[in-house]
Write a protein that binds this ligand. Structure first.
Ligand code: PLP
Length: 399
């Protein structure tokens, strides 16, 4: 048989999904395991949003829609961006698709020619690096340290830009680190992007999950020049507990939005009609529940961070957004637990699942081999028990 596509063969499976699959298998076998791997809110989709989906079905709103989404939804998105972030976009500048993940993919498709470089700060969300490769781009990873709060600086960015650089991907607040850029840091980054004329795919999907009363700054608000070069990614998954409805969007300058819409018209047809109805209600109804969920996440973060830093051998810095904590396991590397020497986060993740009955995500897939990611999108009871188990595991006890 003929060879398969080289680009497709090079795609690695998602490590976050691999650990989640292992966790689910252990759970299905009846084992008492607790999962901190999932990147989705544990809350149910709010009732008024579910009702909108059900009504759409009853009213036979079950046919194709325009490829970039209904005008109703794109108007609701524009209104929400205006109210929440002070951003002005026309509905024609918004393309809705099957989750923010697809939107990152089509954004890269719109920008990248084979061989173009795409700058990616590490630790990064696992899918970015694979998506860059899937469009024939060359990822240029900028490493950051815990001391730097896992954030790149304008200087580091400028040093990584070459004549082949087409764009960078900036995720703010970040999965997996939970870190958030300040207005000043973003202004400096934006200045470099404009000066060097590169695009930015700004993934702001966690924009509503921000803590300690800190200000979230959306990149394209900073100047008309950076807005022109920004492909803004967002969606309903994290803010409205709607991961399974699969609605995300990209907002961009009219030319980019048009080519993305053309692209989508051939590869996805249109986003799910029923989900679009529900998403339109999510964006246009009262936003009170978004803040209720945010407050719950903040309480869980506070507990997790405080408790983790009391446990001998591990530590973490305080995240400012999203729902993840990066636990530093540097002190455990080279030590033996349950008869195995821990070399990196993969070893830790496997051993902790086997003997501690807790699933966390090794940072290896995020470009952070001495860290594991804990998601606090789970109940406070689970968080307490997970950290109890961590303590036991590190003492050499089996759960
Ligand atoms: C940074 C980031 N961007 C995008 C997504 C994908 O979101 P969606 O469910 O809308 O595809 C995720 C999901 O984990 C994410 O963490």
């Amino acid at each position: 048989m003929k060879e398969l596509s080289n680009l497709a063969l090079a795609v690695q499976p998602s490590t976050t999904m691999a650990i989640d699959a292992m966790f689910k298998q252990m759970k299905a076998e009846g084992q008492d395991v607790i999962g901190f791997g999932a990147g989705e809110p544990d809350f149910a989709t709010p009732d008024h949003i579910k009702e909108a989906g059900i009504e759409a079905i009853h009213h036979n709103e079950t046919k194709y829609t325009p490829s970039a989404g209904t005008l109703e939804l794109r108007k609701a998105i524009c209104q929400r961006m205006k109210e929440d972030l002070g951003l002005e976009y026309e509905p024609s500048q918004v393309a809705v698709s099957n989750g923010a993940k697809t939107c990152v993919y089509v954004a890269l498709r719109a920008l990248v020619n084979p061989g173009d470089e795409v700058i990616l700060p590490a630790p990064y969300w696992v899918s970015y690096i694979e998506l860059i490769r899937m469009v024939g781009g060359v990822p240029v990873v900028i490493d950051t340290t815990e001391q730097e709060h896992f954030k790149i600086t304008a200087q580091k960015l400028a040093a990584a830009i070459t004549p082949k650089t087409k764009c960078m991907i900036l995720n703010n607040p970040s999965n997996p680190t939970g870190m958030m850029y300040s207005r000043k840091e973003l202004e400096e980054i934006a200045r470099v992007c404009v000066e060097k004329d590169i695009y930015v795919i700004s993934d702001e999907i966690y924009c509503n999950l921000v803590y300690d009363g800190e200000e979230f700054v959306s990149l394209p608000t900073l100047s008309p020049e950076i807005k022109e070069r920004t492909l803004l990614i967002n969606g309903v998954s994290k803010s409205y507990a709607m991961t399974g409805w699969r609605i995300g969007y990209v907002a961009a300058n009219p030319q980019v939005a048009k080519i993305i819409s053309n692209y989508l018209s051939h590869c996805t047809g249109s986003p799910c009609t029923i989900s679009q109805k529900a998403a339109a209600v999510a964006y246009s109804a009262s936003q009170e529940l978004v803040d209720t969920m945010r407050q719950a996440f903040e309480r869980r973060r506070n507990y997790m961070v405080e408790r983790m830093n009391q446990i001998e051998g591990v530590s973490c810095i305080q995240p400012h957004g999203a729902f993840y904590v990066m636990m530093n396991i540097e002190k455990l590397v080279g030590k033996e637990f349950h008869g195995t020497v821990i070399r990196d986060a993969d070893d830790f993740g496997n051993l902790f699942l086997k003997y501690g009955k807790v699933a966390v995500v090794p940072g290896t897939g995020f470009g952070a081999p001495n860290f594991v990611r804990w998601s606090y999108a789970t109940s406070i009871e689970n968080i307490k028990e997970g950290l109890n188990r961590l303590e036991k595991f590190l003492k050499g006890e089996t759960v």
